[in-house]
Design a protein around this ligand. Structure first.
Ligand code: GLV
Ligand code: MN
Ligand code: MN
Length: 440
């Protein structure tokens, strides 16, 4: 990471491209490529409030200040960097940004690509001598992945009031530490989290640039696409309760082993999902309690991520899984409990804004995505849109996620074109009904 300057509040007219690493997305990403590397899992582990994620937020703050932006962190831990207009009024802002936290062992681009591209888009607009007629802001949202406290897009859910602050405060990480305690230990007042209508009132439109997490742009042979929709998705914790016991003294026929039940359930989760067209169901996390090689667990927790374009189908899929899990548990002398942790309905981005992006980027194709994003949560409160940048591996949430330098720069140029087009418009080019259409 680049050493900080003595005076972090830069002259707004300073040329950010004077630094050879500034001004390119690849240069900015190289700056942070050593932060949060995970030697055990590979890739990056940057959970919210970890030293890596904190370092990245400081890096962003420094980079934004070098560009003369006014940076602050709000009560929900969202970092905002403002390029104000001459009158200093913050309303109808064009906002871009993404997140800096990662899944465990994640790739380099999921989140940081959107943040770095936002900074470079500011550089590009400056190099065009562009002066916004309405404010531009970059937002960095915390805990987008939900990899520490289990609820994805925690910051944007709190901002929009989609998550009850009491529920957020009591969320626990894998060590049993609550969000309230961890936030307080990191200098945030957990009593102040929650819906922030005054902050939302300042925003006109949000455009998030993100690495594509599938093969769409490879097949279309294009570097950048305009997003159309986000697949509905949710998370459930399935706990299988059995009898903890000794691995040596308990006969195989005497066991009530929740690990065996969980193993059977996981195969069934795959089989049930296969019966629903367009459904996805994943078990990516499994935790035996207490977790010893010579101990039959007393309980096994497993987390189900289920997704489908129609939310009622997701509900039916999860109910089928629950019924089957109850039967398997009974056969193994165990019981199950199922708890919903989060649910994000399918979101279709504002059609007026999407069409405006298509006009500004006439060559870019349109793509939907199976991945969740803060743009999906914010879509409940303001027009939102997304840009996707080609990922030649087609793989994400893995160290194999990739973006070529030329595509990263093409993405930043596309973002700059979009931001400029939106900033030049008198108001938000949204559909009359800018509330998103929710499926189901
Ligand atoms: C976030 O990347 C998700 O789709 O879970
Ligand atoms: Mn992401
Ligand atoms: Mn992700």
């Amino acid at each position: 990471m680049r050493p900080s300057t003595d005076d972090p509040v830069a002259d707004p007219t300073a040329d950010p491209t004077a630094d050879p690493a500034a001004g390119t997305v690849s240069g900015l990403l190289r700056d942070i490529s050593g932060v949060g590397t995970d030697a055990r899992r590979g890739g990056y582990s940057r959970p919210v409030f970890s030293s890596a994620e904190t370092e990245l937020r400081c890096w962003f703050t420094e980079q934004a200040r070098r560009r003369g932006l006014d940076v602050s962190t709000d009560a929900n831990g969202i970092v905002w960097a403002w390029w104000d207009t001459d009158d200093g009024e913050r309303r109808d802002a064009v906002v871009t940004g993404s997140h800096l936290d990662s899944v465990p062992g994640g790739g380099e681009f999921d989140g940081p690509l959107g943040v770095a591209s936002a900074l470079v888009a500011v550089d590009i607009l400056r190099s065009r001598r562009f002066r916004p007629g309405r404010p531009l802001a970059i937002a960095v949202f915390p805990e987008e992945e939900g990899s520490r406290f289990g609820v994805a897009c925690l910051g944007s859910r709190l901002l929009t009031g989609a998550l009850d602050p009491d529920k957020a405060r009591s969320l626990k990480d894998a060590d049993g530490d609550t969000y309230a305690d961890v936030a307080a230990a990191n200098g945030q007042d957990p009593r102040r989290i929650g819906a922030d209508p005054a902050a939302l009132d300042q925003l006109g439109v949000f455009v998030e640039l993100h690495v594509e997490q599938g093969r769409g742009l490879i097949d279309l042979d294009q570097p950048v696409a305009v997003g159309t929709s986000i697949l509905g998705h949710g998370r459930w914790r399935l706990s299988v309760h059995g009898q903890g016991n000794h691995a040596g003294t308990t006969l195989m026929t005497d066991r009530r082993d929740p690990m065996v039940a969980a193993a059977r359930m996981m195969v069934e989760i795959r089989n049930i999902a296969l019966q629903y067209r367009d459904a996805r169901a994943t078990v990516g996390r499994l935790q035996p309690v207490p977790g010893g090689t010579n101990v039959i667990p007393s309980r096994v927790d497993l987390w189900i991520d289920a997704r489908h374009p129609r939310d009622e189908v997701t509900a039916s899929l999860v109910e089928s899984i629950h019924s089957r899990a109850r039967l398997i548990a009974a056969e193994e002398g165990c019981t199950v409990t199922l708890d919903a942790e989060s649910l994000s309905p399918t979101v279709h981005f504002d059609p007026g804004l999407r069409d405006r992006l298509r006009t500004l980027l006439p060559v870019a194709p349109v793509l939907d995505t199976g991945a969740g994003h803060d743009a999906g949560v914010l879509a409940g409160r303001l027009p939102t849109a997304m840009l996707f940048v080609r990922n030649p591996s087609g793989i994400s949430h893995s160290p194999e996620e990739w973006v070529e330098d030329a595509d990263a720069e093409a993405g930043a140029r596309a973002l700059a074109d979009v931001l400029q087009g939106l900033l030049e418009a008198a108001g938000t080019p949204a559909s009359p009904l800018h509330a998103p259409m929710m499926a189901g």
